[in-house]
Write a protein that binds this ligand. Structure first.
Ligand code: PLP
Length: 433
């Protein structure tokens, strides 16, 4: 029986076994198996997986093959072509469906941006999309492309303000994209409230949450009401900055089938070796993130006590502290600070040694960056100014090193840059610019 919507089935041109089968049987990989066994806590689920491997291998083998031989002309077997499905990818996807709160199916693709690309292919010309005004630069770039070349109307509003969202939702709204915390201004979107209002005003609109900043370990947007959650597996899930990957999860298998159709049609499913590396990374997500958060909290407190404006939801001074903790179980490991001067920020960044000057986050190594010149440079300066984006903003993405070493390295860079002076008792005083 087909799981594809009829209008999409009508579009299918039959070229190969995998495509021929789409109309007859569930797509491969089949939707994740129902939760028949006991569900353990997430830190157990991250490492506990079951397979049907013939040799009971502890690590799922990498099926580094493009094709699978059929047993006979009439018996196609579970897999025929890796673009459509591969056992290493299936194992990963079923594991993800267990650890992503509220998910019934997970799909893996070649990057976080690919995940969003696949999701936005559910849109058609004339559809309206609501997205934040402090959103990842790549998301902004893709939406701009869809607005200029795909007939999509994109509204950028402050999605951390429920009333701003309420003002733009209408019957043409097909999708709303949420990030929380936002990157890099660390603002919090009220996911349950926005989801409820969007669904009330337009039940067909899909609420899509980018959970890259927190990972399934710290937040479950599907349980908060979102229809689709995606994240860059390049970040916390893999944890070592050695692969690119994207993950999409849904709680409605009909939507999952439509997304799988796009992945199979365009050939952007995650390759077996990357799937294996991502699966390996997921097993240490719990311990990595716990240490990263612990370090991030100490660093945020150090910088705040030195007199800087620090944005981190682990600090009580965060204006949306209560909202964040009502929907997430941790503060994550990304924080940002303002120094008051672009050249000062540049000197601080260049004065660090352990902190790698790099885009991205979620790695075991600590990274420092200046978003307006790096990850968010694709948002032009005028738009950044309109969105109150501080040009001097420094983003810190905290790793698993010793926190004293990280703080010492920052302290040295702050002193060398002329941002603070050290007092006789070892405390720091912020210098006026
Ligand atoms: N979402 C967020 C919040 C990100 O920061 C990024 C990348 O930095 C992406 C999505 C895109 O992920 P990828 O780089 O894996 O395509």
């Amino acid at each position: 029986m087909s799981h594809l919507p009829t209008e999409q089935l009508a579009d299918l041109t039959v070229h190969s076994n995998s495509e021929a089968r789409e109309g007859l049987v569930p797509p491969s990989p089949a939707p994740s198996s129902p939760r028949t066994r006991r569900h353990y806590s997430i830190d157990t689920e991250l490492v506990f997986t079951e397979t049907t491997d013939q040799y009971r291998s502890s690590s799922t083998p990498i099926y580094q093959t493009a094709t699978f031989k059929q047993e006979s002309l009439s018996n196609m077997g579970e897999y025929d072509y890796t673009r459509s499905g591969n056992p290493t990818r299936t194992h990963l996807e079923r594991h993800l469906a267990r650890i992503i709160g509220g998910a019934t199916r997970a799909l893996t693709v070649t990057s976080g941006m690919t995940a969003l690309d696949v999701i936005t292919r559910l849109l058609k010309p004339g559809d309206e999309v609501i997205a934040g005004d402090d959103l990842y630069g790549g998301t902004n770039r893709l939406l701009k492309y869809l607005s200029t070349s795909g007939g999509i109307v994109a509204h950028h509003v402050d999605t951390t303000n429920v009333d701003a969202v309420r003002a733009v939702v209408n019957e043409k709204t097909a999708m709303i994209l949420l990030e929380s915390p936002t990157n890099p201004l660390i603002k919090i979107a009220n996911i349950p409230a926005i989801t409820a209002l969007v669904h009330e005003k337009n039940p067909n609109a899909l609420v899509v949450a980018d959970n890259t900043m927190l990972s399934p370990m710290l937040m479950a947007p599907l349980e908060l009401g979102a229809d689709i959650v995606y994240e860059s597996g390049t970040k916390y899930l893999s944890g070592h900055h050695d692969i690119m990957a994207g993950v999409i999860a849904v709680k409605n298998n009909a939507i999952g089938d439509r997304l799988f159709f796009v992945i199979n049609a365009s050939g952007c499913g995650l390759a077996p070796f990357e799937a294996w590396l991502l699966e390996r990374g997921i097993k240490t997500l719990g311990v990595r993130l716990e240490k990263q958060q612990h370090n991030a909290q100490l660093i945020a407190e150090f910088l705040e006590s030195a007199g800087f404006k620090v944005r981190y939801p682990g600090l009580k001074s965060h204006p949306q502290y209560a909202l964040h903790w009502a929907q997430a179980s941790g503060a994550g490991a990304v924080l940002s600070l303002e120094t008051g001067s672009v050249p000062l920020s540049e000197r601080i960044i260049e004065g660090t040694h352990i902190w790698g000057i790099s885009v991205s986050f979620g790695c075991v190594n600590s990274l420092i960056s200046m978003p307006c010149k790096m990850s968010h440079a694709s948002i032009d300066a005028k738009t950044r100014a309109e969105r109150d984006f501080p040009e001097d903003l420094i983003r810190l993405c905290v790793g698993i090193e010793n926190p004293d070493d990280l703080i010492d390295d920052l302290k040295t860079a702050l002193i060398k840059a002329g941002a603070v002076k050290i007092n006789n008792d070892g405390s720091l005083t912020r210098l006026n610019l």
